[in-house]
Design a protein around this ligand. Structure first.
Ligand code: SF4
Ligand code: SF4
Length: 497
């Protein structure tokens, strides 16, 4: 007996009498008539289960009579995965095995490395998750700078970690090394940063990037550029006056006037600059002014310039949950604001990458990339601090209880298998809610830290409005193409039922 697969997604296509069916694990997508979509929906054995947090999606009730399509169409629907003869339990078992295999493939990808030259920082932003390290004297011992001998140890350890991922020591693939903090680009840390860059370059092809507050970038000018420090993310939290209220130094003074000239200087050197704005309800309304600032300073004319917003999360007690947005709310609010203020289009929105991924459905014959787990913290990210401790996730760096391992003096890596497994074994099949979710391989199961802090469990889901964001992004991508001739050509690639 046939039933609808538990992993079938329905997307309403705007201004169209048709619907898009997407199937999660077969990776198929088909534009179908409402009649066929209604038939598929009528074979759902029960309402999809609800997640513990948020709504997956408000589903429309089935309207009108259900008329089965032809036998040939039903056979095709089964072949494409939308209908199945497996029971729910059988399909879940099948899906678990599928995720295991997919995850094993991901885990063989080259690892990504980040170094934390120091946990110290010259700013005191109220929402910083590492704030306690600089304000509580019990954590002061953490604020030391990485030594060059520790850099040597870490580079030895990288080779050993790469071999665990199946990468031979003579592989010619390019390494990707990030610098993170604290503030990694403090002027006083320049010697060790230069040492890290030289060491990386001696070892073969490498690309360096950093997440920096940009206040002392001028001390690194000769290291900047496509061959050195090639990409930097810098935070500006609003136009000058707003930014200076939020990104303050230890004496409470603003930081805009130190950052802005450095942004221009780095752009001139060909560094890819991505300006990030951390948004909550307090600075949301100033984003149009910030966009005007980007335009008037000429930054948007550089091909190596990009910007984006990110919602501030209530991850410390300094942040009131009511003052925050989730991704869905922020994306919606900004899109509405864009209609009134077209200049705002120079700032990338939360779901731009999801939208770009959704475009794949209509441009190439493929779906957004499958994610058996949410982020690199669950596969191959290794973050080394000045003490040789290794972390999987940057939000938890400095919390010794959560380090996944340590680099020994000879460069050997000692893993804490319990903590390492906790991070590395979180997939969309490792909690029952994500396992049953039809969006799981696109979403990846949400951020573990946010699940932990909002739901009380690391192995729980954190949906962040994903189902709606996915469907909206796919519908928007469809509209983009429907507005041009392109759609006529591209939809020929569809299997139209
Ligand atoms: S677990 Fe969450 S906070 Fe940590 S790296 Fe992944 S997405 Fe970021
Ligand atoms: S896969 Fe994503 S959308 Fe689905 S339940 Fe898990 S966190 Fe929520």
């Amino acid at each position: 007996m046939l039933r609808t697969s538990s992993y079938t997604i329905y997307v309403d296509l705007p201004c169209s009498q048709e619907m898009l069916l997407v199937h999660t694990y077969t990776g198929t997508f088909d534009k179908v008539s409402q009649r066929v979509a209604t038939y598929v929906r009528s074979l759902e054995v029960s309402r999809p289960p609800k997640p513990l947090y948020g709504q997956w999606s408000p589903e429309r009730a089935i309207e009108g009579e259900v008329t089965p399509p032809s036998d040939a169409t039903i056979e095709l629907l089964q072949k494409r995965g939308y209908l199945t003869s497996m029971t729910r339990a059988e399909e879940e078992d099948f899906f678990k095995r599928y995720v295991e295999k997919l995850y094993a493939l991901y885990a063989r990808r080259p690892p990504s490395f980040l170094l934390i030259p120091t946990y110290d920082c010259n700013l005191r932003c109220s929402y910083c998750f590492q704030d306690h390290m600089r304000t509580d004297k019990n954590f002061r011992h953490l604020l030391r700078c990485m030594s060059s001998s520790m850099v040597d140890r870490i580079f030895k350890a990288m080779l050993k970690i790469e071999s665990l991922h199946g990468i031979p020591p003579d592989a010619e693939s390019r390494r990707d090394i990030g610098l993170f903090g604290g503030e990694p680009l403090l002027a006083e840390n320049r010697p060790v940063v230069e040492y890290i860059i030289n060491k990386g370059q001696e070892r073969g092809p490498v690309r360096f990037w950093a997440i920096s507050n940009g206040t002392q970038l001028d001390a690194f000018e000769d290291l900047l550029g496509p061959e050195g420090l090639a990409a930097i993310q810098i935070t500006l939290d609003g136009p000058p006056r707003q930014h200076d209220l939020r990104r303050v130094d230890a004496a409470g003074g603003g930081s805009w006037d130190r950052i802005a000239p450095n942004v221009t200087m780095a752009l001139e050197h060909g560094v890819k600059i991505n300006l990030r704005t951390n948004v909550d309800r307090g600075n949301f309304e100033y984003l149009t002014e910030l966009a005007d600032e980007y335009i008037s300073r000429g930054w948007v004319r550089y091909p190596n310039f990009a910007s984006h917003v990110s919602p501030i999360r209530a991850t410390t007690e300094n942040i009131a949950p009511k003052a925050t947005f989730n991704s869905l709310e922020l994306d919606r609010g900004l899109r509405e604001m864009q209609d009134q203020h077209p200049n705002l289009k120079v700032i990338g929105l939360v779901d731009d990458s999801l939208r770009n991924q959704a475009h794949r459905i209509f441009t190439t014959r493929g779906l957004p990339t499958f994610k058996p787990s949410f982020c690199a913290a669950h596969t191959g990210m290794y973050i080394f601090d000045a003490f040789g401790d290794i972390y999987a996730c940057w939000e938890k760096t400095g919390d010794e209880r959560l380090k996944i391992g340590h680099v020994e003096e000879n460069g050997d890596v000692h893993f804490n298998s319990e903590i390492n497994n906790m991070w590395r074994k979180r997939t969309v099949a490792s909690n029952n809610v994500c396992l049953k979710c039809r969006y799981n391989l696109f979403c990846g199961g949400g951020c573990a830290v946010l699940a932990w802090e909002n739901q009380g469990g690391f192995y729980m889901n954190y949906c962040d409005g994903y189902a709606q964001r996915f469907r909206q992004s796919v519908a928007a991508a469809y509209l983009d193409f429907a507005s041009g001739n392109e759609l006529a050509n591209k939809t020929a690639a569809f299997c139209e039922l």
